[in-house]
Design a protein around this ligand. Structure first.
Ligand SMILES: *Cc1c(COP(=O)(O)O)cnc(C)c1O
Length: 365
């Protein structure tokens, strides 16, 4: 089989080790002779696998003991409503940072449950940068952040903290969880759909400080209440067992590489190589502000000084075909940014970056 490098933004590349383990578990999970997909979530092998996955998460991210780790369904998008429903009392205010399409969706949902203060926005500049000045409200319950803006390729280099000493951060880390160490001192909750940097689609990781749950003053449907899932240890209803297993194997792979710090160093080197080529190659141009560039999603376009508006569409198509021919897949940009986007999550090997950089060097219009 020819090597394929999949630069998809999500669902995205997974370690070969995790995929091979998944293939085995599909027919014979841990020498049980049974497919993991056919096993009860309450059976011992599955319960043990959940406990081990939680342990891996706690170890890799140094999660403090007063936080609960939950495996939920519904995607990160469900957390856009579930977080404010559980955390934001009706007459209270939460600060939201409008740094991209996902953050914008999150704040729209929150408006249904309480007051939303938009602490900053880069919307009028097509979210090409991260605003540094936040206008927080002094009595907000929490500050909502999107740590990495998957579509626009910007990432907070340092997550801002709430000005209200009682308030906490709620972080959508869907596209960069497990790529740097988290500072838990001001965090109330972190959530992430697994399918970008942690596993396959189907499971959403929620890590939540226990004391913030149950304070909304409203009635919450049972399945949408964090307290339900804490009490049921993520087994109130049937959890996405197979997805959790692939996450487990992905985290084992991450641990075998040396954990988060080692991964971060690799990611920094990968991103530096790609951005260096974008900046050096006159044919291409990055779209995100340099100081806010993401280590995970790298959007770039054809340089309008080198490629006329008339040439653009066919030149983009021919670059994508040129890349595909070399096994470099899914490089088309998101429609709101255009051009190209290389998503270079944890599981993207450095050889994939080298191959893309070489293609950029070799491509001629
Ligand atoms: C992909 C993405 C989402 C949406 O995730 P779903 O699991 O599809 O709901 C939310 N936030 C960010 C930052 C994302 O990248």
């Amino acid at each position: 089989m020819k090597a394929i490098y999949n630069f998809s933004a999500g669902p995205s590349v997974l370690p070969q080790e995790a995929l091979r383990a998944a293939a085995e578990a599909a027919t014979n999970f841990n020498q049980t002779g049974m497919s993991l997909m056919t096993m009860s979530h309450r059976s011992k092998p599955v319960m043990d696998m959940f406990a081990e996955t939680e342990e891996l998460i706690r170890e890799l991210l140094a999660v403090p003991s007063n936080f609960k780790v939950l495996f939920l369904g519904g995607g990160a998008s469900m957390q856009f409503c579930m977080a404010p429903m559980n955390l934001l009392p009706q007459n209270a205010v939460a600060d939201y940072t409008d740094t991209g399409a996902w953050g914008s969706k999150a704040l729209q949902e929150a408006k249904m449950f309480g007051q939303v203060n938009v602490a900053c926005s880069s919307k009028t500049d097509n979210y090409s940068y991260i605003p540094k000045d936040l206008q927080q409200s002094k009595d907000s319950v929490y500050l909502h952040l999107t740590s990495n803006n998957t579509i626009f390729g910007t990432q907070w280099k340092e997550l801002p903290t709430p000005i209200n000493p009682e308030a906490y951060q709620v972080i959508d880390a869907s596209s960069d969880i497990f790529s740097y160490e988290l500072d838990w001192s001001r965090i109330g909750m972190v959530y992430a759909g697994a399918q970008k940097n942690a596993g396959p689609a189907g499971v959403t990781l929620v890590i939540i400080r226990e004391d913030i749950v149950g304070k909304s003053g409203r009635e919450i449907p049972t399945i949408l209440d964090y307290a339900t899932h804490i009490k049921g240890a993520s087994m109130f209803n049937t959890p996405p067992v197979f997805s959790v297993y692939v996450m487990n194997e992905t985290l084992k792979w991450l641990k075998s590489l040396g954990g988060i710090k080692a991964m971060q160093a690799i990611n920094e080197r990968k991103a530096a190589k790609l951005y260096a080529e974008i900046d050096a190659n006159p044919l291409f141009k990055g779209t995100a502000a340099k100081e806010d560039r993401s280590l995970m999603n790298v959007p770039f376009i054809l340089n309008p000084e080198k490629v006329s508006a008339e040439q653009k569409e066919s030149a983009e198509k021919s670059f994508l075909a040129f890349c595909k021919d070399r096994g470099l897949e899914t490089l088309a940009g998101h429609r709101v940014v255009g051009g190209f986007r290389a998503s270079i999550y944890n599981a993207m090997p450095e050889a994939g970056i080298d191959a893309l950089v070489q293609a950029m060097k070799d491509f001629k219009i």
